[in-house]
Design a protein around this ligand. Structure first.
Ligand code: KIV
Length: 275
């Protein structure tokens, strides 16, 4: 890239401060998960603001039932590909289960890896009050942190499944306290996952940092979806997911057409052969 092009790219980059300004200006923020160079390039060119290298890669890339076995090395590996593609988008590396709970020191070390080796601009971690001190330490090391409260998939065993959180008075108070703790600890934004719409609305109004919703209604400052869900690449997705394409059906048909043409010696034809 020439110096002029580099300068232009920098000027249009989505940054941590620019996301804060978007909330003040009432402009919605878009975030999608991405795990590889090709899709990250497509989403970046489509001006998706934030690309999250989610630990959901355990589900949609690795075929696991939960995100618990995902390792830091695996997130770093995928983050590198996404960061290579992102010219405009902010890239966030998800801290996997076990990479930030043991000690704040280890959490900071692992967050550094996502930035230095993975090319992420920021990290995300799950939890509220219980991880506030850890968020503070990572932020103090100049690594911006996105929080994640409500339905936190890494707590699947405590929650007894992927269940909506924040129902009932105590549940509601807990999610509010978690969101407040994350903001007070210095997070620049917070994901609200699987909570009732009115609770997400209340939290969004109460916080000065942007909230990014997933299964949390329309009042959040932004929305995130797992790319495989919204592109129709998975067999099943939760009811809050809207499918914006059915790439699964297209890919299946393309594979069948390929197989039929190979079987009948129609491919490769002259146009696809060297002379
Ligand atoms: O891992 C992930 O993809 C996430 C999003 C669902 C927010 O955490």
């Amino acid at each position: 890239m020439s110096t002029v092009t580099q300068k232009a790219a920098r000027e249009h980059r989505v940054t941590v401060p620019s996301l804060g300004r978007r909330k003040k200006q009432g402009e919605k923020i878009t975030m999608l998960t991405a795990y590889d160079f090709t899709f990250a390039s497509i989403f970046d060119a489509a001006e998706i603001d934030v690309l999250l290298v989610g630990d959901s890669l355990g589900n949609v890339v690795q075929g696991l039932d939960t995100t618990l076995p995902v390792t830091l090395d695996e997130v770093v590996y995928h983050s590198r590909m996404v960061a290579r593609a992102a010219r405009r988008a902010l890239v966030i590396g998800d801290m996997p289960f076990g990479s930030y709970q043991i000690s704040a020191e280890e959490a900071v070390r692992n967050a550094f890896r996502l930035v230095k080796d993975g090319g992420s601009h920021a990290v995300k971690l799950e939890g509220g009050q219980s991880v506030a001190a850890t968020i503070e330490r990572i932020v103090a090391a100049e690594i911006p942190v996105m929080g994640h409260v409500g339905l936190t998939p890494q707590a699947v065993n405590r929650m007894g499944g992927h269940r909506v959180q924040g129902r009932g008075e105590a549940g509601r108070a807990r999610v509010i306290a978690d969101a407040m703790a994350v903001e007070a600890a210095g997070a620049f934004s917070v994901v609200l996952e699987g909570v009732p719409e009115d609770l997400a609305h209340e939290i969004t109004d109460a916080l000065s940092i942007p909230t990014i919703g997933i299964g949390a209604g329309v009042h959040c400052d932004g929305q995130v979806l797992v790319m495989h869900d919204m592109l129709g690449l998975t067999d099943w997705s939760p009811s809050f997911v809207k499918q914006y394409a059915n790439l699964g059906a297209l890919a299946s048909q393309a594979a069948r057409n390929f197989a039929e043409e190979v079987t009948n010696s129609k491919f490769p034809d002259e146009a696809h052969s060297y002379r």
